[in-house]
Design a protein around this ligand. Structure first.
Ligand code: PNS
Length: 170
């Protein structure tokens, strides 16, 4: 079976607001498939104003992936298709948690392929993380839940620093 061509890298793009254990799992698995994985944080997520600054999001990811050698963390603004072309990456990697993820991701993948002839490789999320999203983690955390099992320790620390009061104390 042919693997990826030597030197080929994959882009793993996202808002990472914040990174979850589901993201980390996809990155670790992609790093075993590709020579290099470039985790690319979008500067301004389209959905809403991010809770974490770009610097915070990048720093949390860097710490969480520090045990894996072939990972780079960077950011991009504007079109992902342009960024992928500018770094000459082989593919985009995206995780799929549930079937409903597929609908949006499929049209995004086709648009990116149309714009820059880059393909997207989907990795199925580990079932342990299939219900975990950055949005839900923030919501339950703000309501006092313990999110240690859903986010890497580096992320938990920053989250705790943003909420000085202890869980369920107010
Ligand atoms: O973590 P997310 O929110 O699912 O990541 C979405 C992201 C950043 C991959 C997507 O919004 C994106 O690619 N944004 C860059 C702007 C762009 O290229 N939009 C057109 C996509 S076809």
């Amino acid at each position: 079976m042919n693997g990826p061509a030597p030197g080929h890298s994959a882009i793993y793009p996202g808002s990472f607001d914040p990174m979850t254990r589901g993201h980390l799992d996809v990155i670790e698995r992609a790093a075993k498939i590709f020579d290099k994985v470039v985790v690319a944080v979008v500067v301004n997520p389209q959905k809403r104003e991010p809770l974490f600054s770009l610097d915070e999001r990048e720093a949390m990811i860097r710490e969480a992936v520090s045990h894996v050698a072939n990972i780079e963390v960077t950011h991009f603004r504007g079109l992902l298709a342009d960024f992928v072309r500018s770094v000459d990456a082989a593919v985009i990697v995206k995780g799929l948690r549930v079937v409903s993820d597929f609908e949006g991701e499929m049209s995004t993948a086709l648009m990116n392929r149309s714009l820059s002839a880059v393909d997207t490789v989907f990795l199925p999320s580990d079932p342990r993380w299939s219900f975990v999203s950055s949005t839900l983690v923030k919501e339950v955390y703000n309501l006092g839940a313990d999110v240690a099992k859903y986010v890497p320790p580096a992320v938990l620390r920053v989250m705790q620093s943003k909420r000085p009061t202890s869980p369920r104390s107010t």
